[in-house]
Structure formats: structure tokens, C-alpha cells
Design a protein around this ligand. Sequence first.
Ligand code: SIN
Length: 299
Amino acid sequence: MLDTVTAQALENQAFEIKPSPSGIGAEVIGIDLSKPLSDQDSKRISDAFNDHSVLVYRAQHLTPEQHIAFSRRWGTVQVNVRGEFNKPGYPEIYIVSNVIENGKPIGSQDAGRYWHTDICYLPKPTKCSLLYAHELPGQGLGDTMFASNIHPYEKLPERVKQRLAGKTAANSYRYMYDRKAAEFGLRPKLSQQEMKKYPDDAIHPVIRTHPETARKCIFVCEGYTTHILGMPNEESDELLGMLFEAVQQPGNVYRHKWQLGDLLQWDNCAVQHKVSFDYQLPLRRRLERTTVEAKDVPY
Ligand code: SIN
């Protein structure tokens, strides 16, 4: 999967992969992502990513170019549709921050309020996201939580799996935008005309197959999924409520406590995530995110 044109000649790095006791995620300790990776190191990382769904690369020192270059090793890097928080000079980098400069937010202040998978509102959602910590509010504040989409599916009763088989659901950017505008007041209320600049709903399978591991994943989230197609609203609400609850069980969650220099990479098919908004200015939180487009539409 990783681009390995010249990688055969490169030396392997000495790094350790330490799985989290939560059963989701692993730390990658001792790797330097500013350097090109050998074939063997790329394969170790790729395999670890498929096994653990979230990788925490500790103690990185990356320029924006290096952040983008490492992201490109996984596929085509996306440019966020919102635009206003793309890093100046680096449209592939999306800023997530509570910081206000010259009276204006420098990044998205409300990213991660609800459980979600990144960019599932597009026909080709995001394969993985890579979020790099630049400023943090303090130990144990602004944690990011990751929930497996795989384990709760495996625990569903057979009759529920059968009810969900072949079903699709609508995932809506505009629904999320309006909800956040109303609930947190950090986004301007947009007219119907302005809303047209954003994509139409994306229809994806409720249960999708992971393109690399072939494991079944729940692919609905409270942030973007509005309804399951082809059934009455009450039935759709009931099923979605049950799936959201199954995913969000505390025992199904890895809570990432950030350290400066962490680069976090997560698989948007295998996990969904949410941020803990338990800090405020003058405590500053600034992270920079790239997202890598999936190769195929979900199936
Ligand atoms: C996001 O990508 O949803 C933001 C995650 C974070 O701020 O930790």
C-alpha cells in the first residue's frame, strides 16, 4: 500500500509497536516519519494499521510538507470542503483549534463534537486521517476518543445482522452543519443558497466490508447519518439509535491522551471518533489534520 519506489535501498528503523490495553490502537515508538521508510518498515506499519485501526506515532518533528508527504504514502490527500480552515499555503492541511487570532478562529472550533467518521458525507469517504498535535491544553484535556466499528458489529444478534444486511443510509454534511450551528453557535447560519456549495447526501451501506481486512464494520454515525433508506422513520431511528449505542459503549472506546509531537493516524472504516471539549481559552489546542481519500466507494 505504501509507495515504495526507492524504499528497497533504505535502512530499516528500530521502532516498537505497542498495542493499547483497550484493544483499539497501538503506539509506534522510535520511528522518525520525517525520514523515508524502507519497504520492510512500510509493511510493518501497514500491517499494524490494519491490526489496530489507530496508530500513535510519538515524538514527531514534522514540517507541513513532511506531514503531507507521509499522508500521501497512503493515497490521494483530500482538500476539506469547508475551505476557510485549510492552512494558508497548504490546502491539504485542515486546522482544528479553539484559538482566536485578530478576532477570528484560526481553525474549526467544533470538529469532533459528535461521534463521526471523517468525510463520510462524500461518495468516496476518507480511508484514514492523520492528525498532528502542535499545541495542547494540558494533560488529560481535549482527549480524542476512538470507538471500534468492528467489535460491536460482531456482537450483534444474528436477527439484527439480517435486518441490516443490504441496507443503506444517508450521510449529510448539511445536517451536521445545521445541527452544530444551532447547538454551539460557532458557525454562521447559512441560507439554502449558501448550503448548495456543500455536497449532497452520500448514500453508504449501513454495514460495510473493510477493503483490506474484509471485516464487517458499522458505517453509521451520530454526526452525519440521518436515516436508513427504504423503511419508516421510526424503524430507522430505532435501528440507528441501537447502533450508535452499541458503538459508544465505554468498553468499546480507546481514549487518546495527547502529547506534543503525537501524529495520530486512524482508519475511518474501522473506527469512529469524538473529542472531549473539557478545556477553554486561555488553554490553547491546535492540531493539523490531513485526510486520505478511499480508493473505492464503500461496499
Ligand atoms: C476531528 O478530526 O474530528 C478532530 C479530532 C480532534 O480534534 O482531536
